[in-house]
Design a protein around this ligand. Structure first.
Ligand code: OXD
Ligand code: MN
Length: 603
């Protein structure tokens, strides 16, 4: 196939990788439907993909991964900056020369017997001033079809690369060369000790080897849009964050844009697609995972969703928890590691519908309630099984979610999962205190008995595995952005949907009712409601966060809004311990925030 571009930099790179990886053939992708259908047809024929029931799940396919290749591999993920101190304490580091030598050995001949796909893609609407052009080279047709949904794959990107002579190179191989006559496995991949997810921040280069799953292989997502982009953003004066973006519109038509960061398992996708219970107010989704934000000409912060699809966790997604996510994958979707039912539809745990059985994620016959030899229940779907769904199919997608200029962010929300201590909502006194809130976002260790008494798990800005440089410098970048934005900076709030009574009952109904909390935030921005000052921040005045129609006893509300200074002192002590690991790179402003909080808690 002749190359559909004249860009020398790109042609040279493709030639270099072809010579190193020695694929049987090179295919340049164009992102067309014809390409998608052809690759899916080939994967169905090879047994890698299952075509689902056209009536029930039109144009959709299911895949099962190798049981060893089911999630992001953080302990095999590297930031290979020239200096170790630039990777910081939250990243694994290897010297880039050494890592390139190791990986070049692995890449040598690694695509033998396979096709090498060259995938031109844009993160963000093609041509947007906030978007980035990139090329992923991959020997996985599964990666190509997923990239069709998750990014904008198009030959238009080649035209932009020709114009700007600039792209981010992303190299991926499943790391499983085929000898002549050797039968392929259903899901080729390399053993864990040969997997590498490598980032070279000084070169804006990504090299991934050995895994075909999710963020390890769809390199536009975590590798480019977060790790590499966060590093580019700090040098270029913008922000790449692990945040959902939503629009919340009042009955009068006033639009508020909210970006929110939560660690995993805190309902980020659910909040992005929330069905508001506040009369007349509606939520529209702009993104469910990543926000790229740049100051606009008016000095406000404008956000785009760099992705084009959702790579959502399937288990727990139901009509009750997130009907909009279910609707997004009603057709044209890819499912990985779920149950395939005898009528060729999909099922997963907590989908809210009965299942008589089918083929489980390990490709074995499966029935609900089945137990393994030790008496443990066998799950049909892997807990990290996923749907890949086109954002445009989400019934509540915002009509201008692809506006290249982005949307102006009014509100930042941070949060974590705490069954005690942290109230339902509080607002920062200032943007700088908001940064402290984001930097100390934390969850309790899981309820396992072994964890009782263990310290909080901190996940600053839900970015721990995704900051592509030193996390102390990353916090400083937040303060620098605060200075740039001045009084145009978004207002900052911290929420906790997960408070429980001493006897284990949820204090807050959550889900759609969370819209009441969002409405209070918008009322604060609008200056429509006051707030009471507490040592930790500003909190709702009783009656101003509407509870109409909810059956919440006054005592539960008091508990949800309680600020226990002693308990907060313990949380602050944990935060100090955690932040100590950033050493000299911990911003002075962070220390100021801690000292000020300590003083308010003592008062
Ligand atoms: C994701 C994650 O898959 O954050 O989005 O792990
Ligand atoms: Mn994520």
């Amino acid at each position: 196939m002749s190359a559909p571009t004249t860009n020398k930099k790109l042609l040279d790179w493709v030639a270099e990788i072809t010579a190193m990886c020695t694929p049987d053939q090179v295919v340049w992708c164009d992102g067309s439907k014809e390409e998608y259908d052809r690759l899916m047809g080939e994967m169905v024929a090879s047994g890698m993909a299952i075509k689902l029931n056209e009536e029930k799940r039109p144009n959709s396919y299911a895949f099962n991964s190798d049981p060893s290749d089911v999630a992001r591999v953080e302990n095999r993920t590297y930031i290979a900056s020239v200096k170790e101190e630039d990777a910081g304490p939250t990243n694994n580091w290897i010297d880039p020369v050494e890592l390139k030598a190791t990986m070049s050995e692995l890449y040598k001949g690694c695509m033998k017997g396979r096709t090498m796909y060259v995938i031109p893609f844009s993160m963000g609407p093609i041509g947007s001033p906030i978007a980035k052009n990139a090329i992923e080279i991959s020997d996985s047709p599964y990666v190509v079809v997923n990239m069709h949904i998750m990014a904008r794959v198009s030959t238009e990107v080649l035209r932009l690369i020709e114009k700007n002579d600039d792209f981010i190179p992303c190299l991926h191989s499943v790391g499983a060369p085929l000898e002549p006559g050797q039968e392929d496995s259903r899901w080729p991949c390399a053993p864990i000790e040969k997997k590498y997810i490598a980032h070279f921040p000084e070169e804006n280069l990504i090299w991934s080897y050995g895994s075909g799953y999710g963020g390890n292989a769809l390199l536009g997502k975590k590798c480019l849009a977060l790790r590499i982009a966060s590093n580019m953003a700090r040098h270029e004066g913008w922000m790449a964050e692990h945040m959902l973006i939503l629009r919340f519109t009042s009955p009068e038509g006033k639009k508020y844009h909210i970006a929110a960061a939560f660690p995993s398992a805190c309902g980020k996708t659910n909040l992005a697609m929330l069905q508001s219970t506040v009369p007349g107010w509606k939520v529209e989704t702009i993104g469910d995972d990543i926000a790229w934000m740049k100051p606009g000409p008016d000095g406000r912060l404008y956000a785009i969703n760099p992705e084009a699809g959702f790579f959502g966790v399937a288990p727990g997604t139901s009509e009750a928890s997130n009907p909009m996510a279910l609707a997004s994958c009603a057709r044209d979707a890819i499912f990985t590691n779920v149950v395939v039912t005898p009528d060729l539809d999909v099922w997963w745990e907590d989908m809210g519908v009965e299942c008589e059985g089918g083929t489980d994620w390990k490709n074995n016959p499966w029935k609900p309630g089945m137990k393994d030899k030790d008496g443990n229940k066998i799950k049909g779907a892997h807990p990290n099984s996923r749907f890949t769904a086109r954002a445009e199919l989400c019934p509540v997608i915002c009509p201008d979610w692809e506006d290249p200029a982005g949307v102006p962010i009014d509100i930042f929300v941070f949060g974590g999962k705490r069954t005690s201590v942290m109230p339902l909502v509080h607002e920062a006194f200032s943007f700088e205190q908001g940064i402290y809130m984001g930097a100390t976002a934390s969850s309790e260790p899981t309820a396992a008995a072994l964890d009782v008494g263990a310290k909080l798990r901190f996940d600053p800005f839900a970015m721990t595995p995704f900051i592509g440089y030193h996390a102390g410098d990353y916090m400083q970048h937040w303060f620098d952005m605060g200075e740039t934005l001045g009084d145009k900076a978004p207002r900052c709030f911290y929420v906790n949907w997960f408070r429980k009574t001493d006897d284990g009952k949820w204090l807050w109904p959550g889900f759609g009712e969370n819209s009441r909390v969002l409405k209070w935030m918008c009322d604060r921005v609008e200056g429509k409601v006051g707030a009471r000052e507490t040592p930790i921040g500003l909190m709702p005045i009783d009656g101003e966060l509407t509870l109409d129609g909810l059956d919440i006893p006054a005592s539960d509300w008091a508990e949800l809004m309680k600020v226990d200074a002693e308990a907060f002192k313990a949380t602050l002590a944990d935060a100090k311990d955690y932040l100590a690991k950033f050493g000299a790179k911990l911003p002075a402003k962070m220390k100021e925030q801690m000292a000020a909080l300590e003083k308010r808690l003592e008062a």
